[in-house]
Write a protein that binds this ligand. Structure first.
Ligand SMILES: Cc1cc2nc3c(=O)[nH]c(=O)nc-3n(C[C@H](O)[C@H](O)[C@H](O)COP(=O)(O)OP(=O)(O)OC[C@H]3O[C@@H](n4cnc5c(N)ncnc54)[C@H](O)[C@@H]3O)c2cc1C
Length: 388
């Protein structure tokens, strides 16, 4: 076993919440060690919710609890980009499409966009006015469509983490590619973090930001009250010509008519690590499950999801892009975590031990704020979420 290193704060989990918390803490002058695997899977079989090329973002949110946190984070994107030198934000706008009678299923109310947005950004059912700007995108004639313009768009989550970590290191923070297996209180105060690779770190305070894996190891004194749901995306590969033509199209949130799937969200074509340009579409489906053990989560990530999910998702993709020839189609398993009140779980569970998890399927866009909330709890600068 390696000898212990000592820090003011240990951040466990280098995902979207953890990397933001570590950056805020390092910039506040704390000595910080952030511990987490840099690759999804790996020897310890730990995956993540951010291992993807895009997350939708927007400033507006009809949930008053979320809106200020998200807005603050969105306002800060450009500053993080400029200071880190890493581009991660594309404010291409967001198109909402839904039947008038089921308004508000997505995070922004269609009525809000219709009443408060610019009239030229709202198209009643049957008018297809959006085609003037985005002619290759199709919605049913039964649906009203509205644009939430920039700053809505998308962020690239892995690049955001890179940006946060560049800034963390610049402020003296230490990044460790490892998995925490045990967290235990030390005699005399503080905590000892033990890792999969056999290292130990002694810290005064800890932020546990391990996402859907928060209950997988012996880290918290009591299990976090979260549930975990499988999520699926389909990646439709397009030609380079289509990627260039469609690359500035807005993101889409579409209340598709039910056929085994629901609540579609979609990005324009993006280049994936294998070089392919793909449109990404995700949705809730009737096949989604709620794994409860580490083994079940790992099995989900290791499973071949194409046979079950391609038949569900491919028609939806094709209906939105009727004249796009997809060169290949594949699905990718993902995971999200929820709290009972559908709000992130960020609290001090005992003095010096802060948990920051559960993006409830929409934690990426405001992750810098959620990390800041955790950092403020470490620094004793704020009340717990929800208390005034
Ligand atoms: C398919 C999909 C689409 C989504 N779309 C959107 C969207 O459009 N907009 C949006 O805002 N949000 C979206 N989200 C949600 C968003 O991605 C999550 O809310 C966000 O990633 C949560 O951040 P996190 O840091 O809590 O978890 P994660 O990003 O999963 O990070 C947790 C990290 O902890 C690490 N870890 C776990 N256990 C350990 C351990 N024992 N030791 C060390 N490290 C550990 C993991 O490796 C991981 O890196 C989506 C999620 C999914 C799955």
């Amino acid at each position: 076993m390696h000898s212990s290193d000592t820090f003011d704060v240990g951040v466990i989990g280098r995902g979207l919440f953890g990397s933001a918390a570590a950056r805020h803490l390092a910039e506040a002058g704390c000595s910080v060690v952030a511990i987490g695997p840099t690759a999804s899977g790996g020897h310890a079989g730990i995956y993540s919710s951010h291992d993807d090329e895009a997350r939708l973002t927007r400033r507006l949110d009809r949930d008053e609890r979320w809106a200020p946190f998200t807005a603050r984070a969105v306002e800060g994107y450009r500053s993080i980009e400029e200071r880190s030198g890493v581009e991660f934000y594309w404010p291409v706008g967001a198109l909402f499409a839904s039947r008038p009678e089921i308004d508000g299923k997505h995070g922004v109310s269609m009525a809000f966009l219709r009443d408060h947005g610019k009239p030229e950004n709202y198209w009643p059912p049957g008018t297809a006015g959006w085609k003037q700007w985005w002619p290759r995108l199709e919605f049913p004639t039964t649906h009203e469509v509205a644009l939430d313009p920039a700053p809505a768009g998308y962020i690239r989550p892995k690049r955001l983490i890179t940006a946060q970590e560049i800034l963390t290191e610049r402020s003296g923070g230490c990044l460790v590619d490892d998995v925490t297996t045990v967290l235990k209180p030390r005699v005399g105060g503080g905590y000892r973090i033990e890792t999969f690779a056999g290292s130990t770190y002694d810290v005064e305070k800890v932020v546990v930001a391990t996402g859907a894996f928060v209950n997988a190891f012996d880290v918290l004194p009591v299990q976090a009250d979260i549930t975990v749901k499988t999520e699926i995306v389909i990646l439709g590969e397009v030609s380079e010509a289509d990627a260039n033509e469609l690359g500035e199209y807005p993101t889409v949130l579409h209340q598709i008519d039910p056929d085994g799937i629901d609540d579609i969200y979609m990005t324009p074509p993006l280049q994936f690590p294998d070089g392919r340009h793909c449109i990404k579409l995700g949705a809730n489906t009737t096949l989604d499950t709620w794994p409860t053990t580490l083994n079940e989560i790992q099995q989900w990530f290791r499973s071949d999801t194409d046979p079950d999910y391609l038949p569900l998702l491919q028609p939806a993709l094709a209906s939105l892009w009727p004249d796009v020839d997809f060169l290949s189609l594949r699905t990718k398993p993902c995971i999200v975590s929820y709290t009972p009140d559908r709000f992130p779980l960020i609290e001090e569970v005992e003095p010096g031990l802060i948990v920051a998890v559960a993006g409830n399927g929409q934690g990426a866009k405001g992750s810098d704020s959620w990390g800041a909330v955790a950092a403020d709890l470490v620094l004793g600068r704020s009340l717990p979420l929800g208390e005034t």
